[in-house]
Design a binder for this molecule. Structure first.
Ligand code: DHB
Length: 309
């Protein structure tokens, strides 16, 4: 029987498949429902210091089968209400808060408070594709120094996962900067900054205009970025987990990411139509490993890297 257990910071996960921060983790009710699936951990929708109402609709549109564009506007109740409402420590599987702020100081306050509330690790959203605040149009993880500043400010309170944008020339460089600043893991990729247009209405499809592209179309981009991150970390002799995501919709896609060097994955968009799919993806990974005769993930993880020596 295949052993799917993985370690993330101080957490031990029963399998490497997590619910990605996104649409199925924005209310306590949905999180509780997702806790019934076989996920190794659940990541919440991004939490900010102050509550945010979100953007006007449409906020998420399927633009071709399995591929979505969304701009929700980081809707969330704000840190204090989040801590009162959300089950951080009461579910039977780990809940990992995803944090978003405008400055390293914002991120630090968020990290300190969720650590005090029992979080064991956080994911930092350094890559929302349509920022309005202090970022002057740049995403934090487009600037290795800006990303490192946030990691330094937060990682003194608890272990942190740096979630990166694919929209950079050298994502390996950003990952290495985050790791050197103290990141416990790197997750990639966040959605791709995008725009789609309704020809009949002669306007952008989303209420916000710009949004992030996710789902099937971005999988090959995610795979390449995860491979680039894995290689860059290896070259520096840094051994931290890479959490791959982008367009995963079945167990084969999980295997693809693990072969490219990921230790774990996150699944989001494909669950929009069917949240129960997460269980099928977990059991499918087990079946694939059993069929191949693999006992543990490290038996095949990173195998594709050798192709690009
Ligand atoms: C939103 C945030 C993201 O990080 C993302 O990738 C896409 C959308 C949002 O809440 O608008």
């Amino acid at each position: 029987m295949a052993n799917l257990k993985v370690t993330l910071g101080d957490l031990s996960l029963k399998n490497p498949i997590m619910l990605a921060s996104g649409i199925l983790d924005s209310t306590p009710g949905i999180l509780k429902r997702m806790a019934q699936t076989d996920a190794g951990a659940l990541i919440t929708k991004s939490i900010s210091l102050k509550g945010r109402p979100g953007y006007p609709g449409p906020t998420a549109v399927e633009i071709s089968p399995g591929t979505w564009i969304n701009a929700m506007g980081l809707p969330n109740p704000g840190l204090q209400d989040f801590l009162e409402e959300f089950p951080l420590t009461t579910l039977k599987l780990p809940v990992i808060p995803n944090l978003v702020g405008d400055t390293p100081k914002d991120f630090e306050t968020l990290a300190r408070e969720v650590a005090m509330a029992g979080a064991k690790i956080v994911e930092l959203n350094l890559s929302c594709p349509h920022p309005k605040a202090n970022y002057s149009g740049n995403l934090t993880s487009q600037d290795p120094k800006a990303a490192a500043d946030v990691i330094e400010a937060t990682s003194k309170h608890l272990p942190v996962i740096a979630k990166l944008t694919p929209n950079v020339t050298d994502i390996g460089n950003v990952a290495v900067a985050c790791a050197k600043a103290g990141a416990t893991a790197i997750s990639a990729i966040n959605t791709l900054p995008a725009l789609d247009v309704d020809p009949e209405l002669e306007r952008p499809i989303l209420g916000n205009g710009f949004g992030g592209l996710s789902g099937a179309a971005i999988r090959p981009i995610g795979l390449r970025k995860v491979l680039e991150i894995s290689k860059a970390l290896n070259n520096e002799g840094i051994s931290i987990p890479v959490i791959g995501m982008g367009g995963i919709s079945d167990a084969d896609d999980v295997v693809r990411y693990l072969l490219c060097g990921a230790s774990m994955v996150q699944v989001g968009t494909c669950l929009t139509s069917n949240p129960e799919k997460l269980a099928t993806i977990c059991s499918g990974l087990c079946d694939w490993m059993n069929r191949k005769g693999y006992k543990k993930l490290s038996d095949f993880q990173g195998r594709i890297l050798d192709w690009f020596e």
